[in-house]
Design a protein around this ligand. Sequence first.
Ligand SMILES: Nc1ncnc2c1ncn2[C@@H]1O[C@H](COP(=O)(O)OP(=O)(O)OP(=O)(O)O)[C@@H](O)[C@H]1O
Ligand SMILES: [Mg+2]
Length: 323
Amino acid sequence: MPNPIFSLLDVERSYELRGSGWFRAPSRQLKALDGVRLEVQRGDTLALVGESGSGKSTLIRLMLGLEPASDGRVLYGQRDLAQLDAEAKKRFAREVAFIYQNARGSMNPRMRIEDILAEPIRLHQLCVEREIPARLESLLLRVGLPAGLLQRFPSELSGGQIRRIAIARALASEPEVIMADESVAGLDVSVQAQVLNLLRDLCRESGITLVFITHDLGVASYLCEKIAVLYLGRIVEQGPTDAILNTPRHPYTRALLQAFPRFDMPLKASLSGEIPSPVNLPKGCRFAGRCPQVQAACRETDPALTALDAGRQVACLFPVAIA
Ligand SMILES: Nc1ncnc2c1ncn2[C@@H]1O[C@H](COP(=O)(O)OP(=O)(O)OP(=O)(O)O)[C@@H](O)[C@H]1O
Ligand SMILES: [Mg+2]
């Protein structure tokens, strides 16, 4: 295997929940990420899938270097994100672009699209000033928008257009990696499909590495060649999209697949039992309380993510048999 572009080595992220009330309840630790191991190869398109609260956004914040890991290491290439010097940080900011969940909210409403798109180009000094207009036009062309939009303000664009501008802004810095958090949620299905097509084609054509967060296995399978399934702060299964969809080996992945009837439906597991609180994780496997095939050992031993078959890893003591 060539050198991964990102490596997460047993990454943990805890948040301190401060006690409230006059009696000052003791503070407690919430483990948003608990031993995440992940490698992203150059050119990968990887979906991070999981229910609300599983730690997807936290994971992306750590990979963007916006927050430090409480334990473990996040490597970009060979370098620890926590130890980048100022120059390496600047390069990282150019090479790794982020598309925010709320595309409109991430743009200054008083700036014209022109200036919003030119900002990363100027910041990273990617061309001389007089070449900027041509660059902006070609960026808009790449995301399928007319050059006439450059003079508009964000509030004058539709939901689909603003998503395309967000993609154009991400592309403006000529990134190696694009990370996106649910960047099609809230769009109607046909617009969603167009934006997904665009993102998929751009990544394929230019070999950009994509890490895409979604609740929706349909979106994940459409856009990405690999899937990592998160449950309560841990990756429980990861591998090639086809393998995950056709022969899920973790009972949680299987339950998610059984519960996903439509392309545009959010993930809803038809699982019994409660999701444990990330403040009080149970001993043993974190999925044991909801697992249809739980055995006594599962309540004692916390299973590590282990290689199973080609490119697939599963954290389960008794992986689902392939029929
Ligand atoms: N700054 C914070 N302080 C305390 N707890 C936090 C903080 N950020 C996240 N959490 C908690 O960490 C866990 C993971 O949150 P995260 O936002 O990463 O989930 P998510 O998978 O992105 O969910 P969603 O699909 O709803 O966006 C949750 O239990 C959340 O409440
Ligand atoms: Mg989130």
